[in-house]
Design a protein around this ligand. Structure first.
Ligand SMILES: [Zn+2]
Length: 159
């Protein structure tokens, strides 16, 4: 995987992972690697379940944007291979979109990682990625432009 500081601009590959494709800031959360320090502390208990359900819906709806291959956690002594770590979540914020590894829950549970409070609030408000409301929420924050997550899908139909 790659390392990004929390709340730094995310820019990796193309499509929805490229900050240039968004009209609003695309911010990193939870791109941890062993060599870099990160915030630690307790998180609300509902956070893990919310992240898991968003990941399950994202996997069902946006599998075309999954990374190739699974990621093993470099914070674990045995470098545990994480199930569904090829899935990444796009979470609408107030005036930005957060992109986070789908297994950020592992970092929270196993390594006491404390994600930024603005991200926790965005997760609390995040609508099911399988719903039309999710598209609407991402479109609203993306200056009313179709988010790149959806854009390439529609262009496939016309090509
Ligand atoms: Zn780990």
């Amino acid at each position: 995987m790659v390392y990004f500081t929390d709340l730094a601009t995310f820019d990796y590959h193309s499509g929805p992972f490229s900050c240039d494709e968004w009209e609003c800031p695309l911010l990193s959360v939870g791109w941890l690697e062993k060599e870099f320090a990160f915030d630690k502390g307790p998180s609300p208990t509902w956070l893990i379940d919310r992240i898991s359900s968003i990941r399950i819906s994202t996997k069902a709806q946006f599998l075309q944007w999954a990374f190739r291959g699974l990621h093993s956690c470099t914070l674990c002594e045995k470098h545990t291979m994480l199930t569904d770590s090829h899935i990444n979540l796009f979470v609408p914020g107030v005036d930005c979109v957060y992109v986070t590894p789908g297994r950020i829950d592992h970092y929270i549970l196993e390594h006491a990682y404390k994600p930024p409070q603005v991200f926790v609030e965005a997760i609390a408000k995040c609508i099911d990625p399988k719903s039309d409301e999710y598209l609407k929420a991402l479109t609203r924050v993306n200056a009313n432009q179709v988010p790149p997550l959806f854009r390439d899908l529609s262009s496939k139909n016309t090509n």
